[in-house]
Design a protein around this ligand. Structure first.
Ligand code: ZN
Length: 225
């Protein structure tokens, strides 16, 4: 089946410009009945979900590389009146994921410290919904949906499609995409603004897994065309 890139519409224009074609993601939207339902809801707004984009303490990820392109997406969505949701790790200082507690990671994204701040050059719209995750001492969370309000906020915003980018591909992006599928969103992965911890192998594998689950990889040029 031919894949088509989505077009953005605005909730201000009555919906006529909203998605003429969707990308036929597999799974829930693959059968004709579900597709008809999807088309009938074309006047609903589209939402953009961003995954963690804080400073990567330890320097394992070249997160700065994605910021300029991410800003282009932010500008595009904001100019269409579409809401932006940004998730962030917001850990207690003695979080269970830290190596000093036997976890896999060096201390990072400690709540209310500079380490948990969004990059200064990231131009988040002023009305961005910020979703803090992994806030409990004894529980880690890679997915932006894990123990957060993200799903209910998206549902109340009428979102049927989410566009996900950020860091890191094989952890927070992958798990957020999986949960978004589980919560019945049509999912698009912004493949030019994701980066893996292990670029050599994990990036391609994680992207293929997301694709096999029904998520559609897209890039900025295709979305903005
Ligand atoms: Zn973390």
């Amino acid at each position: 089946r031919q894949r088509r890139c989505p077009r953005l519409g605005s909730r201000r224009d009555g919906g006529d410009a909203v998605i003429q074609e969707h990308a036929a993601p597999r799974g829930r939207l693959a059968d004709d009945g579900a597709c008809a339902g999807f088309r009938a809801r074309q006047d609903h707004q589209l939402d953009l979900v961003f995954v963690v984009l804080q400073r990567a303490d330890g320097g394992a990820i070249a997160g700065d590389e994605v910021v300029p392109v991410l800003n282009r997406y932010l500008k595009l969505f904001h100019s269409h009146g579409l809401p932006v949701f940004s998730t962030r790790d917001w850990h207690p200082a003695d979080h269970c994921s830290f190596q000093l507690r036997g976890g896999p990671w060096p201390p990072h994204c400690i709540a209310a410290t500079q380490g948990a701040a969004f990059p200064a050059r990231l131009h988040l719209p002023p009305d961005t919904f910020v979703i803090s995750k992994a806030t409990a001492r004894e529980k880690d969370a890679y997915s932006g949906f894990d123990n957060t309000e993200l799903d209910s906020l998206l549902k109340s915003a009428g979102a049927v499609r989410v566009f996900i980018g950020g860091l890191a591909t094989e952890y927070c992006v992958l798990n957020t995409v999986k949960d978004a599928m589980r919560y019945h969103y049509a999912v698009f992965v912004l493949k030019d603004v994701i980066r893996a911890m292990d670029i050599s192998s994990n990036h391609g594998r994680a992207l293929e897994e997301m694709r096999s689950l029904g998520a559609t990889p897209i890039c900025f040029e295709a979305l903005a065309a």
